[in-house]
Design a protein around this ligand. Structure first.
Ligand SMILES: [Zn+2]
Ligand SMILES: [Zn+2]
Length: 163
């Protein structure tokens, strides 16, 4: 598990920022619904439509013009479909270790993890660093850290039923 390099690493630093690049990379540059790959016809759709717009990462999803048009005509994917797809994309973007860390922090209030694997959750203000923990495994020093779940992280975990 340690040293695992996720291809999204460079793009997943802060999920709360406006992250167009992250949105496109999580679908591998394709429409999240039909899978067509053509940057010229992709657009960003807000899953929950409201004023003012919710510009957070988890409210946005990449669709092609066709699926987007159909959606707004009520003939394409349903909002529920988009929620299901977005949840899968979120899990991919957070990485399995990230999702597990959120789950554990949700259950226990605290989680011990390798900073390398959960740094994106700290930068997204879902986890808050508390203290370092050092241990030895086969004479190799392991640096882990204790994190607590923030209110933002709690809301995110509940909204997407990651618990
Ligand atoms: Zn499409
Ligand atoms: Zn739209």
């Amino acid at each position: 598990m340690k040293g695992y390099l996720n291809p999204l690493l460079e793009n997943r630093k802060n999920l709360m920022a406006d992250t167009e690049e992250l949105l496109f990379s999580e679908t591998d540059g394709a429409c999240a619904y039909c899978g067509i790959k053509d940057y010229r016809i992709l657009t960003i759709h807000h899953i929950i439509q409201q004023e003012p717009k919710d510009e957070s990462y988890d409210n946005k999803i990449v669709l092609c013009h066709n699926c987007h048009h159909l959606y707004h005509q009520g003939k394409g994917p349903s909002q529920n479909d988009l929620f299901t797809i977005k949840k899968r994309l979120i899990c991919k973007t957070l990485t399995q270790q990230g999702v597990n860390a959120l789950k554990e922090a949700y259950r226990n209030g605290l989680v011990v993890a390798s900073p390398y694997l959960v740094n994106h959750l700290v930068e997204s203000q879902f986890l808050k660093f508390t203290e370092y923990l050092s241990s030895y495994e086969n004479d190799r020093q392991i640096i882990d850290a204790v994190y607590e779940l923030t209110d933002k992280g709690k809301k995110f975990t509940e909204k997407w039923s990651l618990k």
